[in-house]
Design a protein around this ligand. Structure first.
Ligand code: COA
Length: 201
């Protein structure tokens, strides 16, 4: 498993990378979309959802090969910013599963929650979603079944100097990596330029 993991870089998604997140979400097959969002979702939904990645109270991590992202993990405040509860959600593209990506992303999300003084991490998935429940249980989650859903909770530790330093150090090195992923000369990704139409007098 470690051998497979070496080809991925696990890092935070930066605000210049909405398109990267969008491309990852749009590649998800219908079954995976249903597992991730709890209901069937179409491309329009995912296009709009990608825009929410950098809302206040949201942190997104991804597994990258070069500039492309093949798995994501999101930490989102449940109610108001400053609340001590948040939701965690994960999706690994089918061809990239069972390589341990879910586990390394969970590890990063738990540290991110800890560093934001989030005390309780919630996960919601379908009651028959064994992979997600096993992943959560590996990190101490306890799931209870409520109607068709399994609701999991992880209690996180308070932040420490070491946990904050760990995230800060990752951020610094991850950002440098991201800059070099964006292009061989380190230029940030830009949206396609708009075509300007010139009307002749
Ligand atoms: C759940 C999911 C994120 C796991 O990702 P992954 O990268 O395959 O996870 P890992 O390789 O780190 O495996 C983590 C653990 O999950 C369990 N697991 C993974 N796949 C499994 C499967 N098909 N059946 C049963 N258990 C499974 C294993 O216990 C594994 O631990 P291990 O280290 O003992 O092998 C992935 O299956 C996925 O994206 N599913 C679709 C989206 C989804 O269901 N999201 C949840 C709602 S938020």
């Amino acid at each position: 498993m470690q051998r497979h993991l070496q080809k991925y870089r696990i890092r935070k998604l930066w605000p210049l990378e909405t398109e990267t997140f969008r491309r990852h979400l749009l590649r998800l097959d219908p079954e995976t979309r249903q597992f991730r969002f709890g209901t069937p979702v179409n491309d329009n939904f995912l296009n709009a959802y990608a825009e929410t990645a950098f809302r206040i109270g949201t942190v997104v991590y991804g597994a990258f090969i070069g500039p492309d992202m093949y798995a994501s993990a999101e930490l989102r405040s449940l109610h108001a910013v400053g609340d001590d509860m948040a939701e965690a959600a994960f999706v690994v593209e089918t061809a990239h599963r069972h390589h341990g990506l879910g586990s390394v992303l969970m590890d990063r999300i738990i540290t991110a929650a800890q560093n934001r003084a989030i005390h309780q991490l919630h996960m919601i998935c379908a009651r028959d979603n064994q992979p997600m429940q096993k992943l959560g249980e590996k990190f101490g989650a306890q799931f209870r079944i409520n109607h068709g859903e399994a609701l999991g909770e992880i209690e996180t530790d308070p932040p420490t100097v070491l946990s904050i330093l760990g995230e800060a150090m990752h951020d610094t090195s991850d950002f440098v990596t991201a800059v070099f992923d964006w292009s061989p000369i380190g230029a940030a990704p830009r949206p396609e330029p708009r075509r300007i139409r010139h009307h002749r007098g």
